[in-house]
Design a protein around this ligand. Structure first.
Ligand code: DX5
Ligand code: ZN
Length: 227
């Protein structure tokens, strides 16, 4: 996975047809997705429940790009090896998920994955300042995690501060929640390079009408690149 700061669109399969993940993943990749974003929720850290390691393992052969797994679970550490075995390329844990994020990021890298750290909207940029040498990605939540289709919360100040803190380190800034062609330019201008989008990519399309996914992906990318 070579590092660069070009805009990458990561559709969240939280907005896909849950009875048809394999074809949905193939469709978004054929339509220009750069990464595939996989939202794992435990009904405890967040008030919603999605899927666990066996499902993520079943997605793996369909993902030809990058499988970006976002854990909205607590605790994280007991499950790191299971997500490595499931084939995650990037494993992101929330800084709010436990007291030892430093250890968690070390364990994710030791298991052979890229390590991400996510921040809820109420969590300041400074909470990850001393973790940046252990992280490959910082995920800035622009909604309170748990559900797709929520309204974007403006975190551009936080993104700008993180971009400064990161400096020359090869650390991606990912934005997750409410990203669409209207909000993408705000975060791209502030320094984000990975844009997760669920409803904005999947709306109006289907595996039998996948061109819409392509139009939606191009609309978010063009808006971000123009910023
Ligand atoms: C929210 C998830 C997001 C979500 C984004 O808890 O982490 O990845 O699916 O969905 P949209 O783009 O619809 O806000
Ligand atoms: Zn997510």
């Amino acid at each position: 996975m070579p590092f660069d700061r070009s805009i990458k669109i990561a559709p969240s399969i939280l907005s896909a047809d849950f009875a048809n993940f394999g074809q949905e993943i193939q469709a978004i990749e054929a339509q220009g997705a750069d990464w595939v974003h996989v939202d794992v929720m435990d009904g405890h850290f967040v008030p919603n429940l999605t899927f666990g390691p066996p499902a993520v393992k079943a997605f793996r052969p369909h993902v030809k790009t990058v499988m970006d797994v976002h854990l909205m679970i607590a605790p994280v550490d007991p499950y790191i090896q299971a997500y490595a075995d499931a084939g995650a390329d990037i494993l992101t844990a929330h800084v709010e998920a436990g007291p030892h994020t430093h250890r968690t990021l070390q364990a994710i890298r030791a298991a052979g994955m890229k390590a991400g750290v996510a921040l809820n909207p109420g969590t300041p940029a400074e909470s990850v300042e001393h973790l940046l040498d252990l992280a490959d990605l910082v995920c800035v939540m622009t909604v309170n995690p748990g559900f797709g289709g929520q309204k974007f919360i403006d975190m551009t100040d936080k993104v700008r501060r993180l971009r400064q803190m990161i400096g020359d380190r090869p650390v991606h800034i990912e934005i997750d929640g409410g990203v669409d062609p209207q909000t993408a330019p705000l975060v791209a201008a502030a320094g984000a390079d990975v844009l997760v989008a669920g409803s904005a990519v999947f709306k109006g399309g289907s595996v039998t009408n996948p061109d819409i996914y392509g139009e939606n992906i191009r609309a978010v990318r063009a808006a971000a690149e123009a910023a």
